[in-house]
Ligand binder design. Structure first.
Ligand code: PLP
Length: 425
């Protein structure tokens, strides 16, 4: 269940990394340690030696050498002092690290939340009269951005079934400009054939954007699989400790320039303190994901044996819906999955289950070191088709678990107590 390492060719990592690397491409475990640690961001000019981490550079004003220097301006890319709104070395180090982890990315733009990253990306890539296609299992705020924010600017949208490849191809019209993908889908966890969907989009001149928060670059190489833009909430796995909010967008060159321009017009900037926390989280990302993914598979496997459960929606579980595509395309999973309660359960039984849990907190977000559980109602989530297939045989009531770093046996015993509470009234 661990992360299979990969050695993508042609990544910018070795070019950007000035740690004395000999230009060799490293496996992800090594990249997570090396990424973003350019020596010039960890040392003082004229002073031999350096520190391990890029320090927190708190700065609004950046100083120029002279009026002549000021008049010269600065290139609009990371790594050049200009003004605090364009970030400083701490934020550049994080963006640089994320770019190094994303094969095919020209660069990375940081945002104060994952939702800010989604909104700015779509605003940057669409204009009045354009159409956006949104997968029917998208994160709910993504649908709200399409139906609310974008509609107000004269940008239309339609939902498509991400499991119907031909239907998707047929939907692309003359004004379709962008497709928003997400796999596994939020809450219902369908894995879609991203390489096929992205290839169709590219062939028809449509820009493909993927919300890759679930897998991140270690679990799914989105650009290498054909997407143009990949974004994720760093609030989840990269932060990893439930103490910061941030989002990131990594993209190919033409889209990156558009997104950067818009982010700057929208005044988007992240604090250097949060960037340093995200960098710290990044160093242990691989280890944490390996552990939460393995524990999630163990808990998921146990859930399949429970009479209270009619379906387990966990992509990395053998035999689960979407596991074939997950095996084909992904190099890792995470701790987030859902399950459906068997027929006979009602909302108050589900509430008793969740309220009895001691190790699982009840709350949104995920990707932290601690486990969480929330009720979800998958039947009502999709506009185009019920999911999961056969859901009518169950209660239609779901639970989403975010597995943290606790012991699998302890989590299973906690859920066992919860199931016992379902029978009480
Ligand atoms: C949480 C989440 C986001 C939004 O991230 P925030 O940092 O909370 O704004 C986006 N996409 C997915 C799939 C998420 O789960």
């Amino acid at each position: 269940m661990g992360h299979r390492s990969r050695h993508p060719q042609g990544n910018r990592a070795s070019r950007l990394n000035e740690n004395g690397s000999n230009g060799e491409t490293h496996a992800n475990a090594t990249r997570l340690v090396e990424a973003g640690r350019r020596k010039q961001w960890r040392s003082v000019p004229g002073q031999p030696g350096s520190v391990v981490n890029p320090p927190v550079w708190r700065a609004s004003t950046h100083l120029y050498e002279s009026t002549e220097d000021l008049a010269k301006g600065r290139p609009n890319e990371d790594g050049h002092f200009y003004y605090g709104r364009r970030g400083g070395p701490t934020q550049w180090a994080l963006a640089d690290a994320l770019t190094e982890l994303e094969e095919g990315a020209e660069g990375t733009e940081l945002f104060p939340s994952g939702v800010a990253a989604i909104a700015a990306t779509l605003l940057a890539l669409l204009k009045p009269g354009d159409e956006l296609l949104v997968c029917d299992n998208a994160y709910e705020p993504t649908r709200s951005i399409a139906a609310g924010l974008l509609a107000g600017y004269g940008i239309t949208h339609r939902s498509f079934d991400p499991l119907d490849i031909e239907g998707f191809a047929a939907m692309i019209g003359p004004s379709t400009r962008v497709v928003m993908l997400e796999s596994p889908g939020s809450l219902t966890m369908e894995v879609s054939d991203i390489p096929a969907l992205a290839a169709i989009a590219r062939e028809k001149g449509v820009v493909s954007v993927i919300d890759n928060t679930w897998a991140g670059p270690l679990g799914f190489a989105a650009l290498a699989h054909g997407c143009d833009v990949t974004l994720m909430s760093l609030t989840k796995h990269v932060g990893g400790h439930s103490d910061l909010m941030m989002g990131a967008v990594s993209a190919r060159a033409p889209q990156l320039a558009q997104i950067r321009r818009h982010a700057q017009m929208l005044g988007q900037v992240v604090s250097p303190d949060d960037a340093a926390l995200a960098l710290r989280g990044l160093r242990t990302l691989g280890l944490r994901l390996e552990r939460t993914s393995a524990t999630a598979a163990e808990v998921a496997r146990w859930l399949t044996t429970r009479p209270e459960v009619s379906a387990v929606l966990c992509p990395q579980l053998g035999g689960a819906p979407g596991n074939d595509l997950w095996q084909r395309d992904f190099t890792g999973g995470c701790g987030l999955f859902s399950f459906v309660l068997a027929a006979g359960a009602d909302k108050s039984a589900r509430a008793r289950l969740l309220d009895r849990l001691e190790l699982f907190g009840i709350g949104f977000s995920w990707g932290g070191y601690e486990s969480l559980a929330i009720p979800v109602d998958p039947a009502g989530l999709h506009s185009l088709r019920p999911w999961p297939p056969g859901i009518d045989e169950g209660s239609g009531l779901g639970v989403r678990l975010a597995i943290g770093l606790e012991d699998a046996g302890d989590l299973i015993r906690d859920l066992e107590r919860g199931f016992a509470a379902m029978g009480e009234s």
